[in-house]
Design a protein around this ligand. Structure first.
Ligand SMILES: C[S@@+](CC[C@H](N)C(=O)[O-])C[C@H]1O[C@@H](n2cnc3c(N)ncnc32)[C@H](O)[C@@H]1O
Length: 277
């Protein structure tokens, strides 16, 4: 009997893997962009010396630790301080003056990974005198990333790169003054963490938990299917007041989402939107 070609068999294996994970752990990977999931599964197989997707499924079904490792490899947690410095410069120059006029400010970083974007914002708000009246909620699906984010540390070898991003983003001070260095680890000064709350939140299944003046969701939606992107845009639309700001990643856009007409690009920045209706 002749079977199906290799690619088709792998497609079946991938479907079974996603179904198994959904039923046993509740994560619906069918909602993630399939080509990206497939690439990451292959690199996980190589990295762990696992023979096939079916062998991976067997391990995952019987061992939650294996699931944790797999999820860690699947979720792209790449981030950096002041990522896209021009965007942070635009926030400093055009959004912060408005935040000054509010009695208190709530900001949500959805998909915050290990927290670099959140600490960037804390530094910027501190310098502009707004941090003390701001509550920053930072969420992610990955508990491992959140644990690192709460610690507020990064490797010393990244210090000069982060300092450069900070200056490119309009920072005028000394980036190192926000850091405490011990051996090869840098920890953010404790006052930066005072207004931050990190917690687990799954954009695919959880509801909104507050109303926010500014929502960041950068470099997360690119990994989602169109239907999941629609769900998340609904969530953000419900979580923003009129004239609230939505901030997306460099390769993401509000265009073609069903709320496209409800936002306007803000101050010539394509990834910074204001809710109009
Ligand atoms: C590439 S990082 C983006 C980090 C940061 N926003 C930035 O732009 O530098 C993507 C993050 O999205 C998170 N993520 C993936 N699926 C998610 C979901 N369903 N709900 C919440 N976060 C999710 C991943 O765990 C990862 O930390």
């Amino acid at each position: 009997m002749r079977g199906k070609p290799k690619e088709e068999r792998e497609a079946v294996e991938l479907d079974l893997l996603m179904e198994g994970i959904r039923r046993v752990y509740g994560y619906d990977l069918r909602e993630y962009e399939r080509a990206s999931v497939s690439r990451r599964v292959q690199s996980h197989l190589q990295a762990t010396g696992t023979r096939s997707i079916t062998a991976l499924l067997e391990k995952i079904l019987h061992d939650p630790e294996e699931m944790k490792t797999f999820l860690g490899n699947l979720l792209v947690g790449v981030t950096t301080m002041f990522r896209d410095p021009d965007l942070f410069r635009a926030i400093r120059e055009t959004v912060v003056p408005l935040l000054h006029t509010y009695p208190s400010v709530r900001i949500w970083h959805a998909g915050c990974a290990t927290g670099e974007e959140v600490y960037s914002m804390a530094i910027l708000l501190w310098e502009e005198g707004v941090l003390d009246k701001t509550h920053i909620y930072a969420t992610d699906i990955s508990e491992a990333s959140l644990t690192r984010a709460r610690r507020g540390t990064f490797p010393l070898r990244k210090l000069s790169e982060y300092a450069r991003h900070y200056r490119e983003a309009g920072g005028q001070g000394d980036f190192a003054s926000y850091c405490e260095i011990e051996d090869d680890t840098v920890t953010f000064a404790p006052f930066l963490g005072r207004q931050l709350v990190f917690s687990e939140h799954n954009l695919a299944t959880d509801t909104s938990f507050n109303e926010f003046h500014v929502i960041f969701c950068r470099n997360v939606l690119i990994y989602f299917s169109q239907s999941l992107q629609d769900r998340v845009h609904d969530l953000f639309y419900q979580s923003l007041p009129l004239l609230g700001f939505l901030i997306l990643g460099d390769k993401e856009s509000i265009r073609f989402s069903k709320h496209e007409d409800c936002y306007e690009p803000w101050s010539g920045q394509e990834k910074l939107y204001r809710k109009l209706r």
